[in-house]
Design a protein around this ligand. Structure first.
Ligand code: UD1
Length: 458
């Protein structure tokens, strides 16, 4: 195994190339003409939020790891960049069967997550635990503020310290060191998804038993735990609030299939309902969509689980107002709040939408209002008075799920909307415009000023 301290980042010509590409992609816009009901079948990709920790878990072994069903989204490319900057080999096998990706972290010459990467993807902090566990040290740029609130990583750090790591902070970087982490008792003051995942990855190679309490129960945590177990880790209780880990000295390679993306599936279900369409959402996991299906039914949509991996949604009647309150899984996900707000603008009556997980996650409200929605925000609660006839407008995407809500609103707005900054959307939705066009949406991508990705086919 090689794990050494790195040369400086100026020696990365590849990073420069990638930055130039990013600039061009950043110019893309969506042009959407509203009014078509979505009809047909639409396929869900692998979950970005499972794929990110599973890619980080490859750090824990010298052997090759194969991941299937990796979504072709920008955050995955960012994680590829992150792992490669540390010396890993990552081949994203898009186009191959199963979107098969291979990762080899045999030689980790540079256990550093640089600011240039961390600032574009906060989930970069997921490498902290695995790097300390495997290399005995990690340097990770401190994530700054972000569009949906402060999003600190104090609970990741507190946990690592309790496992024996020494943490220092200098020049905007956190450095964690521990010759070998030791098992301990951890209690999360607040439920955190990536915090649970990060410390789980630290615990699997620690000396002795780690008991983690008040853990996140999200399916993405369970997916990661399944992968770790297939690598030889000893884990019990993933998916419950208490996870027990018996540390082992070494993990081996594996082949693991990423769960379907429950948020992409939820977004398509809302797309079917808001356009009064008839959609079959395939390749999804209905068991992960309980709260979302329940709220759709409450809104008046007809939602039927058709098979073990498909759900049909229909909405012919009027939609009615529904209150939403975001919670940790299995509650209603914060990542579906913005999409349900778009739906609420089309429902009769007053819907109250309360965001409990993140501060400042109502960035989409002003843009929806510009499209004719009637929404008032008071603290953590938005009150939506529906139904409003939305009218097309030029709007700005501010974060990943806010972008999804604007796409949904544009699908029912009168006229042609232009969505700017769709790179936010590209972070987490795989070829969404192609998927939506396949079920009857009028949506096209307008390319960048350099012309190489000019308007895609309608
Ligand atoms: C993950 C998801 C994100 C989702 C969120 C909540 C990934 C890559 N992202 O984000 O899509 O919206 O879960 O379901 O999986 N907190 C602290 N200290 C910490 C960590 C978190 O105070 O050390 C707070 C956060 O500010 C937030 C809450 O805990 O208020 C939940 O955050 P967390 O679950 O950690 O979100 P992420 O894991 O970043």
């Amino acid at each position: 195994m090689t794990c050494a301290i790195p040369p400086d980042e100026a020696s990365l010509p590849r990073a420069v190339t990638l930055r130039v590409q990013e600039k061009t992609i950043d110019m893309d816009k969506f042009v959407i003409r509203g009014g078509n009901p979505l009809v047909g079948s639409i396929r869900v990709s692998g979950a970005k939020n499972s794929a990110l920790p599973c890619m980080a878990a490859a750090i824990l072994t010298e052997d090759e790891v194969i991941l299937e069903n990796i979504p072709q989204v920008r955050d995955i490319e960012t994680e590829q960049k992150l792992l490669m900057s540390m010396g890993a080999q990552v081949e994203l096998g898009y186009g191959r069967a199963q979107h098969r990706t291979t990762i080899s972290c045999r030689h980790l010459s540079d256990p550093v997550a640089r600011y240039e990467i961390v600032k574009t993807m906060r989930a970069s902090s997921l490498v902290l635990g695995p790097l300390v566990a495997r290399c005995g040290m990690a340097r990770v740029a401190m994530p700054g503020g972000c569009a949906i609130g402060g999003r600190p990583i104090d609970l990741h750090l507190k946990g690592l310290e309790k496992m024996g790591a020494t943490i220092t902070q200098e020049h905007g970087y956190l450095e964690a060191r521990a010759e070998r982490l030791r098992g301990t008792h951890l209690f999360f003051d607040k439920i955190t998804v990536t915090g649970t995942e990060d410390l789980l990855m630290a615990a699997v190679l620690a000396d002795g038993e780690t008991v983690m309490e008040n853990c996140a129960r999200e399916p993405e945590v369970t997916d990661l735990a399944a992968m770790l177990v297939s690598m030889g880790a000893q884990i019990e209780g993933a998916g419950t609030p208490t996870i027990r880990v018996q540390g082992v000295s070494k993990l081996h390679g594996t082949r693991h299939r990423i769960n379907p993306d429950r948020i992409e599936a939820g977004t398509f279900l809302v797309a079917g309902a808001i356009t009064r369409g008839d959609l079959i959402v395939t390749n999804c996991e209905p068991a992960h969509l309980g709260a979302i299906m329940e709220k759709l039914r409450e809104s008046g949509a007809r939602v039927d689980v058709q098979s073990e991996d498909s759900i049909r949604v229909r909405a012919e009647e009027k939609l009615s107002a529904t209150d939403i309150s975001t919670r940790e899984y299995p509650g209603f996900p914060t990542d579906m709040q913005a999409q349900f707000m778009a739906l609420s603008t089309q429902a009769q009556g007053v819907s109250r939408i309360t965001e409990n997980i993140f501060e400042n996650r109502f960035m989409h409200v002003q843009e929806l209002v510009r499209m004719g929605a009637n929404i008032a925000v008071d603290g953590r609660t938005a009150t939506v008075q529906g139904a409003s006839q939305l009218s097309a407008a030029a709007v700005m995407c501010s974060d990943l799920r806010a972008s999804a809500s604007l796409v949904l609103a544009a699908l029912v707005a009168e006229g042609e909307s232009i969505l700017d900054r769709v790179y936010h959307m590209d972070r987490g939705y795989e070829r969404i415009e192609e998927k939506l066009r396949g079920v009857g949406a009028q949506i096209r991508r307008m390319g960048n000023v350099f012309g190489s990705r000019a308007t895609s086919e309608e």
